[in-house]
Structure formats: C-alpha cells, structure tokens
Design a protein around this ligand. Structure first.
Ligand SMILES: [Zn+2]
Length: 274
C-alpha cells in the first residue's frame, strides 16, 4: 500500500512517520519553536568574521514552513529562500521594502508545495535588483523543475490544492558550485533524499547552513513520499552536513534552528538511521 501523503510539513517524527490531519491551527501543533514564537528579524552571531547574517523568518499557519530572507545590511542584496503560503510573500515584500533590500534571487531548497507557494507573488512585486525589469531569478535543482508546474510532483495534487507556479525559467543548483551574497560565498550542498534534488546552502565565513527539509532539530525530513529515498538522505546528511564544523548554525525548513554539533551527537536518525 502506498504511504499516506499528509500535508504536514515534511517533518519526520522522532518515533515514526506521523500522520496528521489536513492543515491544523498552529496552536494545536507540537511545541512552537523559538522561530515560530517570534518571527522577525534576527542577527546570527558570526562565527569567524565580523560579517553577520541578518535573517528574517516568516511562517504560514498551515504548514509552519520557515521562509527566510537573508541579507548582511540594510540597503544591501538579499536572497529569499523557500517562500511558502500566505502571509509569507506579503511579509517578505514588506520586509524588503522597509530595509531597502535588493533581491537577487529566490532560492528553493526543494520543490514541495509549502516551500514554493509564495514564488509567484514575490516575482510579481519584486524584480531582480541587478537587472532592471527582469524577473527575480528562481533557483531549484534541475531534478525538481517539474515541481514548479506539476501538482503531483510538488505534492499539492494529493491534497487537492493543485499548485502550479508561473516559473518557466528556473536556474539549476549544482552541488559544490558557489553562490555569492554581498561578498559572502555560499556552497551548494547535495542533501537529496527527502526529495530528489534537495539542496542546502552553506556559508563557511558566517558559520550558517540553510537546509530546507533535509535536517531538523532532532529529526530529519520525511522519506515516505514517492520520490523520497531514505538511504540517500542519510548518506547525504552524514557525508555532506555532518562534516561541517560543530558550531555551524542550521536553519531548517520547519521548526527551530539547531547546530551541526548538536545534531551529530543527539539526532536519533543521524545516529541510528531509519
Ligand atoms: Zn518537503
């Protein structure tokens, strides 16, 4: 029998894959994270440089997905990572305007519905700051480009939501290539497994990795979807993420932030597998 496909946030429970009903009010979910309690601007302490990453986090009430806007200074370039369902896009646009940020790109860690639902609204209102009039570039691993227009692939079809974005010009995210944000270098890391083209973004200088649904505080992404591969996810987590410095801050697609060291020593899936 095929696995049940739930609208829950692609989060695997620490005991088993949890089945939950269709989107529930956030207050009825398991403990609200620090991020969820106080969404807004934060500055992550830099580990190895004077530069500091400014991280603005928004959530949607149904999936509690973390949409990130990252920048280093007011008036500087920013990336928007995994913009999800309303009110995320509206809040992100307001944040960008308030801080006079210059959007450079939308980065998608993967193509599940709760991580891509805000893309069109952002592209309508925010152009590419470096090329006047051009649409904001959208980056997603080639293996998941179908998710942008195919509800079955982005999982919305299973939920009767039929999400199709208008993006027809995605750009690839090739593992080990580098992206640059305001003078900081970010390595694209292969964290596929929860989805076939899952990617993470790591900045050594700032000591931060943004991981989508590959890794959570105390858990890992669900692997019971048709395109998931649990062993691939474990391999990528152990090989590519657990090799990062212990004090690297981990920003996940759902729930609170954590560190590589904490997950390496306490995460039951990293330690014991599935
Ligand atoms: Zn997901």
């Amino acid at each position: 029998m095929p696995p049940r496909l739930e609208p829950t946030p692609c989060v695997r429970g620490s005991d088993a894959v949890r089945a939950e009903p269709t989107p529930v009010a956030p207050e009825s979910r398991t403990p609200r994270s620090r991020l969820e309690e106080s969404p807004g601007s934060r500055t992550l302490p830099a580990m190895t440089s004077k530069k500091q990453l400014r991280t603005y986090v928004t959530n949607d009430p149904g999936y509690m997905e973390n949409g990130y806007t990252v920048s280093l200074r007011d008036g500087g370039p920013c990336w928007i990572i995994d913009p999800g369902y309303p009110p995320q896009a509206r809040k992100i646009i307001a944040h960008v305007r308030e801080h006079k940020l210059l959007p450079q790109a939308i980065l998608l860690t993967h193509g599940h519905l709760d991580h891509i639902a805000g893309v069109d609204a952002l592209r309508r209102d925010l152009g590419d700051a470096s090329t006047e009039g051009a649409p904001l570039p959208v980056y997603l691993a080639r293996a998941e480009w179908d998710a942008l227009s195919d509800p079955e692939v982005n999982l919305s079809g299973f939920l009767g939501l039929e999400l199709r974005t208008a993006v027809r010009d995605p750009r690839d995210l090739v593992p080990e290539e580098t992206l640059e944000l305001d003078g900081t270098k970010w390595r694209i890391i292969d964290t596929a497994g929860h989805s076939p083209g899952g990617r993470s973004f790591y900045c050594q200088e700032l000591g931060v990795v943004i991981v989508g649904d590959a890794l959570f505080a105390g858990s890992v992404g669900r692997v019971d979807f048709p395109t998931s591969d649990g062993q691939q996810l474990l391999h990528n987590l152990r090989t590519h993420l657990m090799s990062l410095p212990d004090d690297t801050q981990v920003l996940s697609g759902h729930g609170p932030e954590t560190t590589i060291g904490r997950e390496r020593t306490t995460n039951p899936f990293i330690l014991g597998g599935f």
